[in-house]
Design a protein around this ligand. Structure first.
Ligand SMILES: NC(=O)c1ccc[n+]([C@@H]2O[C@H](COP(=O)([O-])OP(=O)(O)OC[C@H]3O[C@@H](n4cnc5c(N)ncnc54)[C@H](O)[C@@H]3O)[C@@H](O)[C@H]2O)c1
Length: 424
């Protein structure tokens, strides 16, 4: 097959390599010339996916993958077009379709009759058909499900292990018509590894909602874990012991509580579901509970050591989760704001980010090798390196809040530093 992949980002490039590895002729399009040039040189522009470093040169040298900055050029010769260009939210969590709209208009320009277009970017329900399908039809003059075929298939992989996830998670596929769905199923069977389950759902809307349902489930589950943690803290119970014991019953799958929920997905996609739909009550409440965890944690610190006005407080880990160099929607920022509102002097440390990045993000960089005084330290991201932390090396440290319940209490007991986890 001749395939165009639009968007050669952290997800798009691995998809292009996967399809090329299966022997298809792939052209990738991206508006970023740095990415396009790197791919054409046979180098991976993304270093966080080990298999790409070997995969890109292999498929480029074999002549099965090339890249271009021109989406119409990539689409012109293609039988199938896979779109994986982000849809983002702004600071007020309003959805911004700018990038995917622009990509769609470019695809429509030279869309040939019979082409199959597949969207994999997480989308609000109805977007594939009503927004993007309509734009493709208008821009190409072709009729949806007759002149061109359209489907949605959510991307469920995790960066760092994309090729493994592509094999092990069922590929969920929903077309805008029976024929579109059938063609999309055939496409995924031809491009994924043999043995990968490809599962048809009723339509594009069902496939769109599937991705929002799985991410929102996790947000709601974490909110429940956070409420359990707060309750356990009031009752002097260790919530981790409760969760471990409760989850020994197979119907219970309570997630872990923490100082907040960050990243591109979990704090964002629930908004794709409930923005503009007041009948959905639980997801927005869960969002609010998870967003409050920063304020709850700062209140916990104040309860233990008194007012933080003028006091040095250290936030360990700015990344949104352990051992990633990514701080999108990180709960570190919520903590920073709450600490600053209480008058604290906020230090930040993260081995994955340089000092100037920490400064730009509103933290005073903290050097663990030449530590300044900090009365309170809060573990925000449980990077493996923090397992080695010796609390005695932080001058003046009175209280350590383990926002990820990741460290051993005994280390702090030995050092004479008070230790509190989230719900323990
Ligand atoms: N990153 C993840 O962990 C993950 C996991 C599952 C699903 N997803 C889905 O994948 C989508 C893409 O994620 P990503 O991590 O690859 O993003 P990314 O930011 O790494 O890559 C997006 C790419 O699209 C390109 N682009 C933007 N506008 C374009 C246009 N008009 N035409 C062509 N290219 C354009 C950008 O230059 C960039 O290279 C997300 O929005 C999400 O829906 C991501």
């Amino acid at each position: 097959m001749k395939i165009a992949v639009v968007g050669l980002g952290h997800i798009g490039l691995p998809l292009a390599v996967q399809y090329a590895t299966r022997g298809h002729a792939v052209v990738g399009a991206d508006i970023n010339p740095r990415i396009v040039d790197a791919v054409n040189r046979g180098e991976s522009p993304h270093l966080d996916e080990p298999a790409l470093i070997e995969g890109v040169p292999r498929v480029v040298t074999a002549g099965d993958l090339r890249a271009t900055t021109s989406t119409p050029e990539a689409v012109k010769g293609a039988e199938a077009v896979v779109v994986i260009v982000p849809v983002v939210v702004d600071a007020g969590r309003q959805i911004d379709f700018g990038q995917i709209d622009a990509a769609t208009r470019e695809i429509a320009r030279d869309l040939r009759p019979g082409t199959l277009v597949l969207y994999e970017t997480t989308l609000p329900v109805g977007t594939t058909r009503d927004r993007l399908g309509a734009m493709l039809a208008e821009g190409s003059g072709l009729k949806l499900d007759e002149g061109f075929f359209l489907a949605f298939s959510p991307e469920r992989v995790l960066v760092g292990r994309i090729f493994l996830d592509l094999r092990r998670y069922p590929k969920i596929v929903g077309g805008t018509s029976e024929e579109s769905g059938r063609r999309a199923m055939a496409f995924y069977r031809a491009v994924l590894d043999e043995g990968t389950e490809v599962r048809a759902v009723a339509n594009a809307e069902t496939a769109e909602m599937t991705k929002l349902a799985e991410t929102t489930y996790r947000d709601v589950n974490i909110a429940l874990a956070n409420e359990y943690a707060r309750y356990a803290a009031r009752r002097g119970i260790d919530v981790l012991e409760v969760i471990g014991a409760a989850n020994s019953q197979p119907f219970s799958n309570i997630h872990q509580p923490g100082v907040g929920v960050g990243g591109h997905c979990i704090p964002v996609y629930p908004h794709f579901l409930f923005n503009g739909d007041p009948d959905l009550r639980l997801p927005p409440l869960a969002r609010a509970i998870n967003e409050e965890m920063g304020a709850w944690t700062v209140a916990l610190a104040e309860e233990r050591v008194g007012s933080l006005r003028g006091e040095p407080v250290l936030v360990l880990g700015i990344a949104y989760r352990a051992d990633v160099r990514e701080d999108a929607f990180s709960s570190a920022f919520r903590l920073r704001d709450e600490l600053k509102a209480g008058g604290a002097r906020v230090y930040g440390h993260d081995p994955y980010f340089p000092d100037d990045h920490l400064r730009r993000m509103g933290f005073e960089p903290y050097d663990l090798a030449a530590p300044a005084e900090a009365r309170v330290a809060i573990l925000q991201a449980g990077h493996a390196a923090y397992g080695e932390l010796d609390p005695r090396t932080i001058p003046g440290l009175e209280l350590f809040i383990d926002g990820r319940n990741a460290l051993e209490r005994a280390t702090f007991d030995t050092a004479g530093v008070a230790y509190v986890g989230i719900g323990r």
